[in-house]
Ligand binder design. Sequence first.
Ligand code: ADE
Length: 235
Amino acid sequence: MKIDILSIFPEMFSGPLDTSIIKRAQENGIVHIAIHNIRDYSKNKHKKVDDYPYGGGAGMVMKPEPIFDALESIGYNEKTEIILLTPQGEQFTQSIAEELAQKEHLIFICGHYEGIDYRVYEYFNPREISIGDYVLTGGELPAMVITDAVVRLLPGSIGKEESHKNDSFQNGLLEHPHYTRPKEYRGMQVPPVLLSGNHGEIEKWRLEKSIEITKKKRPDLYKKYQEKININTKE
Ligand code: ADE
């Protein structure tokens, strides 16, 4: 997969995407991530990328030309998903991450200021995605969040396929508790079933705990899970 990220603060990306699983995925050729400075595409002598809004009002608007030029220089085709990070977009979820993980090429446009000249929307018809109902200073952190969630899903990114199977949300439930050595710590014991070696019982315990935790922490997800189970048992 190739991921191109357009930003006016490219320096924000060094570090988070050069660490751990995302770093290894790049080194192993699973993903190629390129960060592009939108200012490099500004023809203005001061490298200006924003301007006052027509019609007046507070705040600045990102100019169309550098974004058009950046996208055209990077190149895109029908296999490219162009994504604009904005609080007005559809809310990012695990299932959107799974959908994006199937694509060959993603381009993220990190918005700033009051917004982006509307002609970018008209011409490129980008998919607008938000990472939550709060306003950040720009689309850089959301682009990193989505990149992280997508890249870890690419085949080969994470050692064992197993690690995905147990992900929270993968089956519509939150994860069950995990324990490692020692068996007893400050008087707290590892549940005996996990030491039993009985895989059937262990799976059963894990599912029960996942259900219990989801019901308590995320009743909204639990409700959806119950509906799914009911549909499956009726079929
Ligand atoms: N830009 C500013 N806030 C954002 C958010 N919550 N999600 C995506 N992009 C944003």
